[in-house]
Ligand binder design. Structure first.
Ligand SMILES: Cc1cc2nc3c(=O)[nH]c(=O)nc-3n(C[C@H](O)[C@H](O)[C@H](O)COP(=O)(O)O)c2cc1C
Length: 188
C-alpha cells in the first residue's frame, strides 16, 4: 500500500520536530525532521528517518555524526526554513545566522548545534536501516543537554504548543479501571 504525503488518513499523528544538524560534502546544514524518535535508554539511541538523497542524509552517511536539536515553541521559523530548501542549493545555516539564530559548536561531534533548542543531543551514527523512502539513521547519544524551552509539536501540517495536561480519571473511575483490569489478569 502507498499512503502518500498529505493523505488525510495520516492526520491523526502528532510528532515533535528534530532540527537535524550535520556537516559533510554539503557543508554545515540543518533540516527539519518530524520523524525523530528516542528508541533506547541504554545505550541511549535516537532514530531519524530521512528521505534518500537529501543533503542531510548524504552529510551524515559521510561524516557518521549528527545533531538532534528538538525544536522549541520559539523556533517555528527555524523549522520552516530548515524544512523548505535543500542544503545542496541553499546555505540555510548562513541564512538562519543572518536572521539572528545562534549556533554552538558540538562538544563531542564536529557539527553545529542550535542554541535554545529544547534538547540538544550529539550523536554518532551507528546503524542505517535502509527501508522505505525514508531510511532510518540510528545514532548513539554521546552528549545531551536540555533547557526549559517547551518543545513544539507538529500535527496536521501545523505547529502547536503541547497544551494542557489531561486530568487523570477520578477515584471512582480509577477503582473501576483497576478492578476490571485485575479481573482480566491471566493466570500463569
Ligand atoms: C515540519 C517539517 C518536518 C519534516 N520532517 C521530515 C522528516 O521527518 N523526514 C524527512 O526526510 N524530511 C522531513 N521534512 C522535509 C525536509 O526538512 C526537507 O526535505 C529539507 O529540505 C531537507 O533538507 P536537506 O536537503 O538540506 O537535508 C520536514 C519538513 C518540515 C517543514
Amino acid at each position: 500500500m502507498d499512503i502518500g504525503f498529505g493523505d488525510p488518513r495520516m492526520k491523526g499523528f502528532v510528532t515533535n520536530v528534530g532540527l537535524i544538524t550535520s556537516s559533510g560534502p554539503h557543508g554545515d546544514n540543518i533540516m527539519a525532521c518530524e520523524w525523530t524518535y528516542r528508541i533506547s535508554y541504554s545505550p541511549s539511541l535516537l532514530a531519524v528517518c530521512i528521505g534518500r538523497g537529501k543533503a542531510t542524509s548524504e552529510n551524515i552517511l559521510f561524516s557518521k555524526e549528527f545533531g538532534v536539536n528538538i525544536c522549541s515553541t520559539q523556533q517555528n521559523e527555524v523549522s520552516s526554513i530548515a524544512g523548505r530548501s535543500s542544503g545542496k542549493t541553499t546555505n540555510k545555516i548562513g541564512a538562519l545566522k543572518e536572521l539572528g539564530v545562534e549556533f554552538n559548536n558540538g562538544e563531542e561531534i564536529d557539527v553545529l548545534m542550535v542554541k535554545e533548542s529544547s534538547i540538544k543531543a550529539e550523536c554518532n551514527l551507528i546503524k542505517v536501516v535502509d527501508v522505505g523512502d525514508h531510511p532510518i539513521l540510528i545514532g548513539e547519544v554521546v552528549k545531551i543537554t536540555t533547557n526549559e524551552a517547551d518543545p513544539i509539536t507538529y500535527h496536521k501540517g501545523k505547529y502547536w504548543n503541547v497544551g494542557e495536561n489531561i486530568p487523570k480519571p477520578d477515584s471512582n473511575r480509577m477503582e473501576e479501571i483497576n478492578t476490571t483490569v485485575q479481573k482480566h489478569v491471566k493466570s500463569s
